[in-house]
Structure formats: structure tokens, C-alpha cells
Design a protein around this ligand. Structure first.
Ligand code: G
Ligand code: G
Ligand code: MN
Ligand code: NA
Length: 252
């Protein structure tokens, strides 16, 4: 596969870049966090990770790719701290990264090398990854939690987690999957699922982020239902670091 060789090269020669999408607390209209999303500039075109992350997972490149992400995000975070506009940044972890026994130590070392407090880094793990091996996930989550790293369940509602697992996992945030947000105004089942996720988060004392918010009417409805932190094109697309820095500076 020619693309595998080119991806390996991109990981080694800086062909990958991180973009950042804000999470907004709509009660106060402020950016309260960012999600880091990887981009590959290949022949001048940005390639979506939806196509190359699965490839990286298949050919053993996901761990080196994840190490690039961790270092780049910490380097960017250090610049946000320097500019006095730092907010927590979340990174996405694929299953093999989350299962890597060296993950917590890698994160601790990288944070320390940039002199960053652990609360500025968060991780997003999909529900599917978490329930693959519950005992192992619990151990990994505890290792991150002991470090002070906040953990989110990404795409929540799509992976068939049972409530009993949720109770055991030290998880800080549920991210409501964008598939529910998309049709919530017209599909009463989607609205009902969102409502159930919101009460679940409240009972388990977890924070909430709604993903894929594109319309003001969706944001209004989500806020009325009890979810105040939103992420989506209504607020901003994922932006290159320099543009995100400008946006954060303008806010303060
Ligand atoms: O950014 P975009 O919406 O195109 O992302 C597509 C998918 O790629 C999402 O599922 C997202 O979680 C995943 N993704 C984006 N960046 C990263 C990353 O740095 N690491 C991993 N493992 N997945 C990522
Ligand atoms: O799987 P994960 O949730 O990590 O990835 C989020 C994906 O959703 C990224 O590919 C990101 O670019 C995309 N995204 C972010 N905001 C919106 C939005 O408002 N609408 C849509 N359709 N996609 C979005
Ligand atoms: Mn995510
Ligand atoms: Na998601």
C-alpha cells in the first residue's frame, strides 16, 4: 500500500499538523476547552483522519502517530500558557493507544518536559474502546486519573455501554454524539436519547459536551435541556493553531 509508506514519512518529516476546535460554554459565551484533531497535508490537500487513522491502526503506525499528537499538543499548550490564554485541550485516543501500557508514563513525561499542569490535557476515548476489555480499561483510566488527566467518553450513546460500567469507570465527561444532535429538533427519539444522557451525566456527576452543534436552535434546545458546553460548526470549525491562538487572544 503506497499510502502507508507516505503516512510513515509524514509522521517522520512533519507532514502532520494539529487543528483545534473550541468547546464553548454558551451560558457565558466563552471557550472553555479545545479538541485537538489531526490533519495530514498530502500533496497540498488536507486529508481527513477518518481515512488515515484506520489505516494507521492497521499497519502499526497509530502509536508513533499518537506520540506526535501528544508532543505537538503539549508544545501548542505551552504556547497558550505563555500567551496567558490556556484552556484544557483534549486528544483522541485510538484503542491501541489507550491499551499501550506506556501511555500514562508517556503523558506524564511529555507534560513535565513542557512544564504543564496535568489538568490542561484531557483524553477522549470512544465507548467502543472502553467496553472491549472492561478490566483493562478500568486500570488504564485509573492510571490517567491518578495523574490528574481528565477523561471523556467520545461519541457517547453509540457504543452500547451499560450503566454499570459507567458507574465503575473514573470518567469526567460524556460527549453526546453528533448523530443525536443532528436531528434532535425533528426526531423525538434523538431528543429523548439526549435527554437521557443529560440526566445520566447529572446523576453520575459527569460533565457534558454536545458535539456537532450547527444550528442556534439546537444550541438553545440543548441549553434548555441542561447541556451548556457545545462544540460544532456553529461556533467554529477546527482551526490551525495560529488561528486558534488569535481567536483565544481576541476573547480576553
Ligand atoms: O477531525 P475529523 O472530524 O475529520 O475527525 C475524524 C475522526 O478522526 C474522528 O473520529 C476523530 O476522533 C479522529 N481523530 C482526529 N484526530 C485524531 C487523533 O489525533 N488521534 C486519533 N486517534 N484519532 C483522531
Ligand atoms: O469522532 P470525534 O468526535 O473525535 O470527531 C469529531 C469529528 O466531527 C471531527 O471530524 C470534526 O471535524 C467533526 N465536526 C466537528 N464539528 C462538527 C459539526 O458541527 N458538524 C459536523 N458534521 N462535523 C463536525
Ligand atoms: Mn473526539
Ligand atoms: Na465524537
Amino acid at each position: 500500500h503506497a499510502l502507508i509508506g507516505e503516512l510513515r514519512k509524514a509522521i517522520e518529516d512533519g507532514g502532520l499538523e494539529m487543528h483545534y476546535q473550541p468547546k464553548v460554554d454558551v451560558r457565558v459565551g466563552r471557550v472553555v476547552g479545545l479538541e485537538a484533531l489531526i490533519r495530514w497535508r498530502h500533496d497540498g490537500v488536507l486529508v481527513s483522519p477518518a481515512s488515515f487513522i484506520p489505516l494507521a491502526e492497521e499497519c502499526g503506525l497509530i502509536v508513533p502517530l499518537g506520540q506526535f499528537v501528544l508532543r505537538q499538543v503539549c508544545a501548542d499548550l505551552a504556547r497558550l500558557v505563555g500567551a496567558q490564554v490556556a484552556v484544557p485541550v483534549s486528544i483522541n485516543l485510538a484503542g491501541q493507544q489507550f491499551d499501550d501500557p506506556a501511555l500514562a508514563a508517556d503523558i506524564a513525561m511529555t507534560l513535565a518536559s513542557y512544564d504543564l499542569p496535568s489538568h490542561l490535557l484531557e483524553v477522549e476515548i470512544t465507548e467502543g474502546t472502553l467496553i472491549e476489555d472492561v478490566a483493562h480499561s478500568l486500570e488504564n483510566l485509573r492510571a490517567l486519573s491518578v495523574l490528574g488527566i481528565r477523561t471523556s467518553i467520545d461519541d457517547f450513546g453509540t457504543g452500547y455501554s451499560s450503566l454499570s460500567y459507567l458507574k465503575k469507570f473514573p470518567i469526567d465527561v460524556l460527549k453526546i454524539d453528533q448523530s443525536f444532535v443532528r436531528d434532535m429538533l425533528t426526531d423525538s427519539s434523538d431528543a429523548a436519547i439526549i435527554s437521557a444522557i443529560i440526566s445520566l451525566a447529572s446523576s453520575l456527576r459527569m460533565d457534558l459536551v454536545a458535539e456537532g452543534v450547527e444550528q442556534q436552535a439546537q444550541a438553545d434546545r440543548l441549553l434548555a435541556m441542561g447541556c451548556a458546553i457545545m462544540q460544532g460548526y456553529l461556533y467554529s470549525r477546527p482551526l490551525p493553531f495560529e488561528e486558534m491562538l488569535t481567536l483565544l487572544r481576541r476573547e480576553t
